[in-house]
Design a protein around this ligand. Structure first.
Ligand code: E4P
Length: 218
């Protein structure tokens, strides 16, 4: 399973890249705003900076909600770096735009996916990735991970090539569940990835090893 970092924060991206486990990054307009990145020129420069650190796929989201606008924006975003994947919302014009981008050989991430039917349309349009939002479904008492599992099953049954990118991951256990249901990618906060390291037996085992070493190496 691939790990993407779900942030536009350059320090966190550098830290994850230095761990050697980073396969890509996903951003969205809210994450860009959180870093205070405003204005088209600054946003484009920020995407390029992320691409230079990661060396893997970097999702950059269109702001337009109409077909022509999405195509214009997507072409510009895709021209910034070969690592850019154009992120498009799962709405009618978005599906049309994904189909066009597929013909243009521009890679896409169909975002804001909350149902199996939306994931079917994204795959039929040729999306490179589909992003079911796990945490936001959990927030309204639905089962976000069950949706990821259903999409994985559908794509395997019908041999769709679209990769399932589990998004809106909130904690470490979500990552474990992504592995269990066979997600292709999990895009996560850095804290959730670091949480995978936590085990009390690792900590107590290491402490004992160091104590024993010190006892005979005074
Ligand atoms: C990533 O592609 C999504 O935009 C992101 O995971 C959404 O996460 P949130 O629900 O925590 O905002």
């Amino acid at each position: 399973m691939k790990f993407f970092l779900d942030t536009a924060n350059l320090d966190q991206i550098r830290e994850a890249a230095a761990m050697g486990i980073l396969d890509g990054v996903t951003t969205n307009p809210s994450l860009m705003a959180k870093e205070g990145v405003s204005g088209i020129a600054n946003q484009y420069a920020h995407y390029v900076e992320i691409c230079n650190i990661v060396g893997g796929d970097v999702s950059a989201e269109v702001i337009s909600t109409d077909y022509e606008g999405m195509i214009r924006e997507g072409e510009k975003l895709a021209s910034l770096s070969p690592h850019i994947v154009v992120k498009v919302p799962c709405i009618l014009d978005g599906i049309k735009a994904i189909k066009k981008f597929t013909e243009m050989k521009i890679r896409t991430n169909c975002t804001l996916v909350f149902s199996l039917g939306q994931a079917l349309l994204a795959a039929k349009a040729g999306a490179t990735y589909v992003s079911p939002f796990v945490g936001r479904l959990d927030d309204i008492s639905e089962d976000g991970m069950a949706l990821v599992a259903d999409i994985v099953k559908m794509y395997r049954t019908y041999d769709y090539k679209t990769q399932v990118l589990a998004a809106s991951i909130r904690h470490t256990h979500h990552i474990i569940q992504c592995i269990e249901v066979g997600a292709d990618v999990a895009t996560c906060p850095l804290s959730a990835i670091k949480g995978l390291l936590n085990h009390p037996l690792t900590d107590s085992g290491l402490q004992k090893f160091l104590e024993d070493y010190k006892r005979v190496n005074k």
